[in-house]
Design a protein around this ligand. Structure first.
Ligand code: FRU
Length: 488
C-alpha cells in the first residue's frame, strides 16, 4: 500500500503517547519488545533455528522507513528477539522478501565451511516514489555467513530492476528441484510474476498469473507458491495477499490451487478462496527449508486499523505458526490450516467443561476444543465482570461461523475495527469440531479440522473469567491452559 511519508512522521509523533499495556502482551505469539511490526519476512529454518525476520520500524509505533527485525526460535513457541538485521540504505527502505539456504553456493557468496543464507527483498525508494513512480521498487540481495547474525548487502544491488510497475515487490524465492533452478514469485500490482535464476542474482521473467483470477479489490502483495502432496501427487498452492478487498474488510490472503512446471502456474480454476476468513491474518508466507511440512506465519493485523491498535509499547503480533495441507472436498481440493503441532508442547492438562466454567487464573491463554455430534447452531460466550463479551458462534441456517467482538472490549481506536466477522462452513454435514486458541488479545479458530480458519483480535479491559456454551446437548467442551515459557 501507499504510505505517504509526511503523514507517517506526524502519526509517529502522535503515536508515542499511551500507557503501557503489559496485560495485552501475548504469551505465545511473537511481538517485538517495542514499536511497529508488519509482515513476516525471510522465514527460514537453519541449523536448528526458525528465523523470523519482519517488517519493522524501530523508532515509532506506526509504519515508517522499513527495516528487517529479527527473532529466532528453536520450538516455534518461544521467540528471542535479536538486533535488527537489515536497515534502509541509499537504495531505499527494506520491504518484504524471503530468505533461503544456498546449500550449493549457487550465488558464489559462501566460503569454505560457511553456508550462506541469502535474502531477497524489495528496496523501496521513497524519494523516487514521488519523483519517478514506477521505478521505485526493485529487488535486492543480502547474505549472511554466520547463520543470520550479520548481513552483507550485495554490491551489485538491485538484482532485479523494475520495468515500470508501480507496485513491484515482495519476492518469495524457493528451489525448484525438477528444473534445478531458483524460482521467485513477485507481486506486480494486480498479478504475480514468476522469475527463475541459476544463481539468485540474474533473474529471467518466465510468466505471469492472476490479472483475471481471484479477488481484485486491492493491490496484490506477498505471494508464496508452496508444493503440497495430496493423494500421492504434488499440487501447488499460490498464496496472494490483497489489501484492501478482504472478505471481512481491509487486508486478507487468498489462495489458488494448481500446477507449476517451473515456469508457469496453471490454476485448477480462477475462483476466490481465503486462507483465513477473519479480519486479522495478512501476508502469510512459508518457512523455507522445512522438509515435509508447509509451515506458515502471518501478520495478525489489518491495514485498516493496524496502526491504531491500543497496545503499548509495541504494535502488532504474528499469528501462530500454522501447518497447511490439502484436503479433497466434493470434487475439488481445499486448503486446511492447523496450528503447528509444536503448540501441544505448551498445553497443560485438558479438562472437560460441560456447558461452561471458569477461566480464572488462565491469563487469557488457553485452548478450547468443542465437538458436536451434529452441525447444529451454538454460541460460545466468553465474558468478564465488566460486562465485556466475545461471542463465537455457528449458525446452522446460514452454515456460517461467526466471531462477534462488538462488545469484547476496547474498540474506539478505529471505526474500521469491525464488530462481526463471518466465514462459511466448508465441511458437509456430519459432526462439527472447533479448535480455538486464545492468547490474551486474539482468537484463532480452526473449524472442521481446519477447513475454515478465522483470526480476530480483541482488547478486553480485564481478562475473560467465564466461558458459557449455549448449544445442543451432546456438545463437548474441553479446555487446556497454554504457556510458552521463556526462550531458551
Ligand atoms: C504488505 C506490504 C508489502 C510491503 C510491506 C511494506 O503488508 O505492503 O507489500 O513490502 O508491506 O512494509
Amino acid at each position: 500500500m501507499r504510505k505517504p511519508l509526511l503523514g507517517l512522521m506526524l502519526a509517529a509523533l502522535c503515536s508515542q503517547a499511551g500507557a503501557a499495556t503489559p496485560q495485552w502482551r501475548p504469551g505465545l505469539h511473537f511481538t517485538p519488545r517495542a514499536n511497529w511490526m508488519n509482515d513476516p519476512n525471510g522465514l527460514v529454518y537453519h541449523q536448528g533455528r526458525y528465523h523470523l525476520f519482519y517488517q519493522y520500524y524501530p523508532y515509532a509505533k506506526v509504519w515508517g522507513p522499513m527495516h528487517w527485525g529479527h527473532a529466532v526460535s528453536t520450538d516455534l513457541l518461544r521467540w528471542e528477539e535479536l538486533p535488527v538485521a537489515l536497515a534502509p540504505d541509499a537504495k531505499g527502505m527494506i520491504f518484504s522478501g524471503s530468505a533461503v539456504v544456498d546449500t550449493h553456493n549457487s550465488a558464489g557468496l559462501g566460503k569454505p565451511g560457511q553456508t550462506p543464507l541469502v535474502a531477497l527483498y524489495t528496496q523501496h525508494d521513497g524519494a523516487l516514489a514521488e519523483s519517478n513512480p514506477g521505478l521505485h521498487e526493485n529487488q535486492s540481495l543480502a547474505y549472511s555467513l554466520d547463520g543470520g547474525a550479520s548481513w552483507t548487502k550485495y554490491a551489485g544491488n538491485p538484482v532485479l530492476k523494475n520495468p515500470g510497475i508501480f507496485d513491484f515487490r515482495d519476492p518469495k524465492v524457493f528451489w525448484h528441484a525438477p528444473s534445478k533452478r531458483w524460482v521467485m514469485a513477485l507481486a506486480a500490482k494486480d498479478r504475480i510474476q514468476f522469475y527463475h535464476s541459476a544463481n539468485l542474482k540474474d533473474w529471467t521473467l518466465a510468466s505471469e498469473f492472476g490479472a483475471d483470477a481471484g479477488a481484485h479489490g486491492g493491490v496484490w502483495e506477498c505471494p508464496d507458491l508452496i508444493p503440497l502432496t495430496v493423494g500421492g501427487r504434488t499440487r501447488w498452492v499460490l498464496l496472494v495477499s490483497i489489501n484492501p478487498g478482504g472478505l471481512n474488510g481491509g487486508s486478507a490472503t487468498q489462495y489458488f490451487i494448481g500446477d507449476f512446471d517451473g515456469q508457469r502456474f496453471t490454476p485448477d480454476d480462477g475462483g476466490t478462496r481465503w486462507l483465513d476468513y477473519g479480519p486479522d491474518n495478512y501476508a502469510s508466507v512459508s518457512w523455507s527449508n522445512v522438509p515435509g511440512r508447509a509451515l506458515v506465519l502471518g501478520w495478525m493485523s489489518n491495514w485498516d486499523y493496524g496502526q491504531q491498535l491500543p497496545t503499548d509499547p509495541w504494535r502488532s503480533a504474528m499469528t501462530l505458526p500454522r501447518e497447511l495441507r490439502l484436503q479433497p472436498v466434493g470434487q475439488g481440493l481445499r486448503l486446511v490450516s492447523t496450528p503447528a503441532r509444536e503448540l501441544a508442547r505448551a498445553e497443560g492438562k485438558p479438562r472437560a467443561l460441560g456447558s461452561g466454567g471458569s477461566l480464572a487464573g488462565l491469563a487469557g491463554q488457553f485452548r478450547l476444543k468443542l465437538q458436536a455430534p451434529r452441525a447444529d447452531s451454538f454460541r460460545l460466550v466468553l465474558s468478564n465482570a465488566g460486562g465485556e463479551r466475545l461471542v463465537i458462534a455457528y449458525e446452522a441456517a446460514l452454515q456460517r461461523y461467526l466471531i462477534d467482538r462488538s462488545a469484547a472490549g476496547v474498540r474506539d481506536f478505529s471505526d474500521k475495527f469491525s464488530g462481526l466477522a463471518s466465514a462459511p462452513r466448508l465441511a458437509v454435514g456430519g459432526a462439527l469440531d472447533l479448535d480455538l486458541v486464545f492468547d490474551t488479545t486474539s482468537v484463532e479458530l480452526f473449524a472442521d479440522g481446519g477447513l475454515t480458519a478465522m483470526t480476530a483480535l480483541f482488547f478486553p479491559r480485564q481478562p475473560y473469567t467465564e466461558v458459557a456454551l449455549e448449544g445442543p446437548s451432546g456438545t463437548r467442551l474441553q479446555i487446556s491452559p497454554l504457556r510458552a515459557g521463556k526462550p531458551r
